[in-house]
Design a binder for this molecule. Sequence first.
Ligand code: UDP
Length: 325
Amino acid sequence: MPHSLVTGGAGFIGSHLCEALLACGDRVTAFDDLSTGRSENLADSVQDDRFRFVRGTVTDSDALAPLVAEADRVFHLASAVGVRLIIDQPVRTIESIVEGTQRVLDLAAQSGKPTLITSSSEVYGKGSQAPFNENDDVVLGPTSKRRWAYACGKMLDEFLALAHHRESGLPVVCVRLFNTVGPRQTGRYGMVLPRFIEQARDGKPITVFGDGEQSRCFCHVADAVGALVKLIDTPASFGRVVNIGSDEEVTITQLAERVRDLAGKSSSIEHVPYDQAYVEGFEDMRRRVPDLSLACELIGYQPTHTLDAIIRALIEAPSSSPPAA
Ligand code: UDP
Protein backbone atom coordinates (compact mmCIF):
# COMPACT_ATOMS: atom_id res chain seq x y z
CA MET A 1 0.00 0.00 0.00
CA PRO A 2 1.76 3.21 -1.10
CA HIS A 3 2.19 5.95 1.47
CA SER A 4 1.52 9.53 0.31
CA LEU A 5 2.61 12.68 2.13
CA VAL A 6 0.39 15.70 1.50
CA THR A 7 1.75 19.05 2.69
CA GLY A 8 -1.09 21.51 3.14
CA GLY A 9 -3.27 18.46 3.73
CA ALA A 10 -5.79 20.32 5.89
CA GLY A 11 -6.40 22.98 3.25
CA PHE A 12 -9.31 23.06 0.86
CA ILE A 13 -7.59 21.24 -2.03
CA GLY A 14 -5.23 19.25 0.22
CA SER A 15 -8.07 17.72 2.22
CA HIS A 16 -9.87 16.62 -0.94
CA LEU A 17 -6.60 15.12 -2.18
CA CYS A 18 -6.22 13.14 1.06
CA GLU A 19 -9.71 11.70 0.58
CA ALA A 20 -8.98 10.80 -3.04
CA LEU A 21 -5.73 9.05 -2.07
CA LEU A 22 -7.44 7.09 0.71
CA ALA A 23 -10.08 6.06 -1.82
CA CYS A 24 -7.25 4.77 -4.06
CA GLY A 25 -6.03 2.57 -1.19
CA ASP A 26 -3.04 4.70 -0.07
CA ARG A 27 -1.85 5.36 3.42
CA VAL A 28 -1.83 9.14 3.83
CA THR A 29 0.01 11.57 6.08
CA ALA A 30 -1.32 15.13 6.00
CA PHE A 31 1.13 17.79 7.19
CA ASP A 32 -0.26 21.26 7.85
CA ASP A 33 0.38 24.18 10.20
CA LEU A 34 -3.36 24.99 10.28
CA SER A 35 -2.65 28.62 9.39
CA THR A 36 -5.21 28.62 6.61
CA GLY A 37 -6.05 24.91 6.68
CA ARG A 38 -8.68 23.65 9.12
CA SER A 39 -8.80 20.37 11.03
CA GLU A 40 -12.57 20.21 10.29
CA ASN A 41 -11.62 19.65 6.64
CA LEU A 42 -10.19 16.29 7.71
CA ALA A 43 -13.26 15.14 9.64
CA ASP A 44 -13.87 12.24 7.24
CA SER A 45 -10.22 11.30 6.68
CA VAL A 46 -9.45 10.95 10.40
CA GLN A 47 -12.05 8.17 10.61
CA ASP A 48 -9.76 6.04 8.44
CA ASP A 49 -6.92 4.24 10.23
CA ARG A 50 -4.73 4.57 7.11
CA PHE A 51 -4.74 8.34 7.71
CA ARG A 52 -2.53 10.41 10.01
CA PHE A 53 -2.41 14.15 10.61
CA VAL A 54 0.82 15.85 11.70
CA ARG A 55 0.78 19.52 12.62
CA GLY A 56 3.84 21.43 11.49
CA THR A 57 5.24 23.89 9.01
CA VAL A 58 7.05 23.06 5.78
CA THR A 59 9.87 25.45 6.60
CA ASP A 60 10.75 23.17 9.55
CA SER A 61 13.05 20.60 7.94
CA ASP A 62 13.44 18.65 11.19
CA ALA A 63 9.73 17.95 11.34
CA LEU A 64 9.42 17.32 7.63
CA ALA A 65 12.48 15.09 7.05
CA PRO A 66 11.18 11.88 8.70
CA LEU A 67 7.82 12.28 6.96
CA VAL A 68 9.42 12.58 3.52
CA ALA A 69 11.75 9.67 4.35
CA GLU A 70 8.89 7.30 5.15
CA ALA A 71 6.63 8.39 2.27
CA ASP A 72 6.62 6.80 -1.18
CA ARG A 73 5.57 10.03 -2.85
CA VAL A 74 5.14 13.67 -1.91
CA PHE A 75 2.38 16.10 -2.85
CA HIS A 76 3.42 19.64 -1.92
CA LEU A 77 0.35 21.83 -1.59
CA ALA A 78 1.26 23.90 1.48
CA SER A 79 1.24 27.55 0.49
CA ALA A 80 -0.17 30.91 1.38
CA VAL A 81 -3.52 31.11 -0.42
CA GLY A 82 -5.52 33.80 -2.09
CA VAL A 83 -4.86 37.26 -3.40
CA ARG A 84 -6.05 38.86 -0.15
CA LEU A 85 -3.41 37.12 1.97
CA ILE A 86 -0.70 38.18 -0.46
CA ILE A 87 -1.83 41.78 -0.15
CA ASP A 88 -2.20 41.66 3.64
CA GLN A 89 0.81 39.50 4.61
CA PRO A 90 3.44 39.76 1.86
CA VAL A 91 6.46 38.61 3.91
CA ARG A 92 4.78 35.46 5.14
CA THR A 93 3.50 34.75 1.65
CA ILE A 94 6.83 35.02 -0.11
CA GLU A 95 8.68 33.07 2.58
CA SER A 96 6.19 30.23 2.76
CA ILE A 97 6.07 29.83 -1.00
CA VAL A 98 9.80 29.93 -1.71
CA GLU A 99 11.33 28.52 1.48
CA GLY A 100 8.71 25.81 1.95
CA THR A 101 9.13 24.44 -1.55
CA GLN A 102 12.92 24.61 -1.28
CA ARG A 103 12.82 22.43 1.86
CA VAL A 104 10.40 19.92 0.38
CA LEU A 105 12.43 19.58 -2.83
CA ASP A 106 15.75 19.25 -0.95
CA LEU A 107 14.35 16.43 1.17
CA ALA A 108 12.61 14.67 -1.72
CA ALA A 109 15.80 14.87 -3.79
CA GLN A 110 17.79 13.06 -1.07
CA SER A 111 15.78 9.92 -1.73
CA GLY A 112 14.46 10.58 -5.24
CA LYS A 113 10.79 10.31 -4.22
CA PRO A 114 8.17 11.10 -6.87
CA THR A 115 7.06 14.64 -6.04
CA LEU A 116 4.29 16.95 -7.20
CA ILE A 117 4.59 20.69 -6.64
CA THR A 118 1.48 22.86 -6.93
CA SER A 119 2.01 26.11 -8.75
CA SER A 120 -0.64 28.55 -9.88
CA SER A 121 -2.21 30.18 -12.92
CA GLU A 122 -1.06 33.45 -11.29
CA VAL A 123 2.21 32.65 -13.06
CA TYR A 124 0.59 33.74 -16.33
CA GLY A 125 0.56 37.27 -14.90
CA LYS A 126 -0.68 39.92 -17.27
CA GLY A 127 -0.84 37.65 -20.30
CA SER A 128 -3.96 38.37 -22.34
CA GLN A 129 -3.47 35.80 -25.10
CA ALA A 130 -5.84 33.15 -23.75
CA PRO A 131 -5.84 30.18 -23.59
CA PHE A 132 -2.60 30.06 -21.63
CA ASN A 133 -0.08 27.44 -22.67
CA GLU A 134 2.65 26.19 -20.33
CA ASN A 135 5.33 27.44 -22.73
CA ASP A 136 3.97 30.97 -23.09
CA ASP A 137 6.14 33.94 -22.22
CA VAL A 138 5.22 35.56 -18.92
CA VAL A 139 4.74 39.25 -18.13
CA LEU A 140 4.38 40.23 -14.49
CA GLY A 141 3.68 43.65 -12.98
CA PRO A 142 6.30 45.67 -11.10
CA THR A 143 7.66 44.61 -7.70
CA SER A 144 5.89 47.60 -6.13
CA LYS A 145 2.58 45.76 -6.67
CA ARG A 146 2.43 43.11 -3.97
CA ARG A 147 0.15 40.80 -5.93
CA TRP A 148 2.90 39.81 -8.35
CA ALA A 149 5.09 38.42 -5.55
CA TYR A 150 2.87 35.36 -5.53
CA ALA A 151 3.40 34.67 -9.24
CA CYS A 152 7.10 35.32 -8.92
CA GLY A 153 7.40 32.99 -5.91
CA LYS A 154 5.55 30.22 -7.72
CA MET A 155 7.75 30.68 -10.79
CA LEU A 156 10.81 30.30 -8.61
CA ASP A 157 9.31 27.09 -7.20
CA GLU A 158 8.88 25.78 -10.73
CA PHE A 159 12.44 26.73 -11.71
CA LEU A 160 13.76 24.98 -8.62
CA ALA A 161 11.72 21.83 -9.22
CA LEU A 162 12.86 21.65 -12.84
CA ALA A 163 16.44 22.26 -11.74
CA HIS A 164 16.24 19.32 -9.33
CA HIS A 165 14.84 17.19 -12.12
CA ARG A 166 17.73 18.15 -14.36
CA GLU A 167 20.53 17.86 -11.81
CA SER A 168 19.56 14.78 -9.83
CA GLY A 169 16.79 13.29 -11.94
CA LEU A 170 14.19 13.98 -9.23
CA PRO A 171 10.87 12.68 -10.58
CA VAL A 172 8.94 15.92 -10.07
CA VAL A 173 5.97 17.49 -11.83
CA CYS A 174 4.74 21.08 -11.40
CA VAL A 175 1.01 21.70 -11.69
CA ARG A 176 -0.37 25.14 -12.49
CA LEU A 177 -3.76 25.04 -10.80
CA PHE A 178 -6.37 27.41 -12.21
CA ASN A 179 -9.29 28.64 -10.08
CA THR A 180 -10.46 25.60 -8.12
CA VAL A 181 -13.78 25.48 -6.28
CA GLY A 182 -15.96 23.06 -4.37
CA PRO A 183 -17.21 22.00 -0.96
CA ARG A 184 -15.26 23.33 2.07
CA GLN A 185 -13.73 26.29 0.22
CA THR A 186 -14.09 29.35 2.40
CA GLY A 187 -14.61 32.94 1.25
CA ARG A 188 -12.37 34.07 4.10
CA TYR A 189 -9.30 34.45 1.87
CA GLY A 190 -11.21 36.38 -0.76
CA MET A 191 -12.12 33.57 -3.20
CA VAL A 192 -14.95 34.79 -5.31
CA LEU A 193 -17.36 31.85 -5.63
CA PRO A 194 -17.82 31.03 -1.94
CA ARG A 195 -18.19 34.76 -1.27
CA PHE A 196 -20.89 35.16 -3.91
CA ILE A 197 -22.78 32.10 -2.68
CA GLU A 198 -22.69 33.31 0.90
CA GLN A 199 -23.82 36.78 -0.13
CA ALA A 200 -26.70 35.40 -2.21
CA ARG A 201 -27.76 33.03 0.57
CA ASP A 202 -27.84 35.87 3.07
CA GLY A 203 -29.75 38.09 0.63
CA LYS A 204 -26.89 40.60 0.69
CA PRO A 205 -25.54 42.52 -2.34
CA ILE A 206 -23.12 40.45 -4.45
CA THR A 207 -19.84 42.36 -4.61
CA VAL A 208 -18.24 42.38 -8.07
CA PHE A 209 -14.81 43.99 -8.05
CA GLY A 210 -13.76 46.28 -10.90
CA ASP A 211 -15.94 46.36 -14.03
CA GLY A 212 -16.76 42.65 -13.74
CA GLU A 213 -15.58 42.00 -17.30
CA GLN A 214 -12.54 40.08 -16.05
CA SER A 215 -13.00 36.36 -16.66
CA ARG A 216 -12.07 33.10 -14.96
CA CYS A 217 -12.71 29.37 -15.40
CA PHE A 218 -13.79 27.44 -12.30
CA CYS A 219 -12.76 23.82 -11.91
CA HIS A 220 -14.37 21.40 -9.47
CA VAL A 221 -11.88 20.25 -6.85
CA ALA A 222 -12.69 16.59 -7.58
CA ASP A 223 -11.48 17.03 -11.17
CA ALA A 224 -8.35 18.81 -9.95
CA VAL A 225 -7.31 16.25 -7.32
CA GLY A 226 -8.05 13.36 -9.67
CA ALA A 227 -5.56 14.91 -12.07
CA LEU A 228 -2.91 15.33 -9.34
CA VAL A 229 -3.10 11.64 -8.44
CA LYS A 230 -2.79 10.60 -12.09
CA LEU A 231 0.06 12.99 -12.87
CA ILE A 232 2.33 11.74 -10.09
CA ASP A 233 1.78 8.20 -11.38
CA THR A 234 2.71 9.17 -14.96
CA PRO A 235 6.48 9.17 -15.55
CA ALA A 236 6.04 11.20 -18.76
CA SER A 237 4.90 14.13 -16.59
CA PHE A 238 8.19 14.36 -14.66
CA GLY A 239 10.24 17.43 -15.54
CA ARG A 240 7.09 19.10 -16.93
CA VAL A 241 4.80 21.97 -15.97
CA VAL A 242 1.13 21.10 -16.51
CA ASN A 243 -2.03 23.27 -16.46
CA ILE A 244 -5.00 21.84 -14.58
CA GLY A 245 -8.37 23.57 -14.42
CA SER A 246 -11.55 24.10 -16.35
CA ASP A 247 -11.78 25.89 -19.68
CA GLU A 248 -15.40 27.06 -19.31
CA GLU A 249 -14.85 30.81 -19.28
CA VAL A 250 -17.17 33.20 -17.46
CA THR A 251 -16.93 36.90 -16.61
CA ILE A 252 -17.25 37.79 -12.95
CA THR A 253 -20.46 39.75 -13.62
CA GLN A 254 -21.93 36.68 -15.37
CA LEU A 255 -20.84 34.57 -12.40
CA ALA A 256 -22.64 36.92 -10.00
CA GLU A 257 -25.81 36.76 -12.12
CA ARG A 258 -25.68 32.97 -12.32
CA VAL A 259 -25.22 32.59 -8.57
CA ARG A 260 -28.08 35.01 -7.91
CA ASP A 261 -30.41 33.29 -10.39
CA LEU A 262 -29.56 29.72 -9.39
CA ALA A 263 -29.98 30.66 -5.73
CA GLY A 264 -33.39 32.10 -6.62
CA LYS A 265 -32.55 35.29 -4.76
CA SER A 266 -33.01 38.91 -5.67
CA SER A 267 -29.65 40.13 -4.33
CA SER A 268 -28.41 43.27 -6.05
CA ILE A 269 -25.07 43.21 -7.85
CA GLU A 270 -22.78 45.89 -6.48
CA HIS A 271 -19.64 46.99 -8.31
CA VAL A 272 -16.77 47.79 -5.95
CA PRO A 273 -13.67 49.58 -7.32
CA TYR A 274 -10.44 47.59 -6.96
CA ASP A 275 -8.90 50.36 -4.83
CA GLN A 276 -11.61 49.80 -2.24
CA ALA A 277 -11.70 46.01 -2.54
CA TYR A 278 -7.94 45.51 -2.24
CA VAL A 279 -5.39 48.35 -2.19
CA GLU A 280 -4.63 51.52 -4.11
CA GLY A 281 -3.32 50.66 -7.59
CA PHE A 282 -4.34 46.95 -7.44
CA GLU A 283 -3.82 45.11 -10.74
CA ASP A 284 -6.09 42.21 -11.65
CA MET A 285 -5.76 39.53 -14.33
CA ARG A 286 -8.28 40.22 -17.11
CA ARG A 287 -8.58 36.68 -18.46
CA ARG A 288 -7.50 33.33 -17.21
CA VAL A 289 -8.23 30.34 -19.45
CA PRO A 290 -6.02 27.23 -19.51
CA ASP A 291 -4.85 25.35 -22.55
CA LEU A 292 -5.48 21.80 -21.31
CA SER A 293 -3.94 19.93 -24.23
CA LEU A 294 -0.83 18.80 -22.34
CA ALA A 295 -2.91 17.44 -19.43
CA CYS A 296 -5.14 15.67 -21.94
CA GLU A 297 -2.13 14.18 -23.71
CA LEU A 298 -0.46 13.01 -20.47
CA ILE A 299 -3.43 11.67 -18.51
CA GLY A 300 -6.49 12.06 -20.76
CA TYR A 301 -7.63 14.94 -18.55
CA GLN A 302 -11.06 16.49 -19.21
CA PRO A 303 -12.93 18.51 -16.57
CA THR A 304 -16.27 16.81 -15.92
CA HIS A 305 -18.26 19.33 -13.85
CA THR A 306 -20.06 22.24 -15.52
CA LEU A 307 -20.11 25.60 -13.78
CA ASP A 308 -23.88 25.52 -13.33
CA ALA A 309 -23.70 22.07 -11.74
CA ILE A 310 -20.96 23.28 -9.39
CA ILE A 311 -22.90 26.39 -8.37
CA ARG A 312 -26.11 24.41 -7.81
CA ALA A 313 -24.35 21.85 -5.61
CA LEU A 314 -22.64 24.56 -3.56
CA ILE A 315 -25.90 26.44 -3.06
CA GLU A 316 -27.60 23.27 -1.83
CA ALA A 317 -24.74 22.22 0.48
CA PRO A 318 -25.06 23.20 4.13
CA SER A 319 -22.97 26.32 4.81
CA SER A 320 -19.82 25.10 6.56
CA SER A 321 -17.49 28.01 6.03
CA PRO A 322 -16.84 30.75 8.54
CA PRO A 323 -18.18 34.14 7.46
CA ALA A 324 -16.25 35.85 4.65
CA ALA A 325 -13.81 38.42 5.98
N1 UDP B 1 -13.78 39.07 -6.95
C1 UDP B 1 -14.97 39.79 -6.92
N2 UDP B 1 -15.66 39.83 -5.74
C2 UDP B 1 -15.25 39.20 -4.60
C3 UDP B 1 -14.04 38.46 -4.66
C4 UDP B 1 -13.32 38.41 -5.85
O1 UDP B 1 -15.40 40.38 -7.92
O2 UDP B 1 -15.95 39.28 -3.58
C5 UDP B 1 -13.05 38.99 -8.23
C6 UDP B 1 -11.55 39.24 -8.16
O3 UDP B 1 -11.25 40.63 -8.21
C7 UDP B 1 -11.06 38.49 -9.40
C8 UDP B 1 -12.03 37.31 -9.50
O4 UDP B 1 -13.18 37.69 -8.73
O5 UDP B 1 -11.19 39.28 -10.55
C9 UDP B 1 -11.45 36.01 -8.94
O6 UDP B 1 -10.97 36.27 -7.65
P1 UDP B 1 -10.34 35.14 -6.71
O7 UDP B 1 -9.68 35.84 -5.55
O8 UDP B 1 -11.37 34.12 -6.40
O9 UDP B 1 -9.25 34.42 -7.62
P2 UDP B 1 -8.06 34.99 -8.54
O10 UDP B 1 -8.06 36.47 -8.52
O11 UDP B 1 -6.85 34.39 -7.94
O12 UDP B 1 -8.40 34.45 -9.89
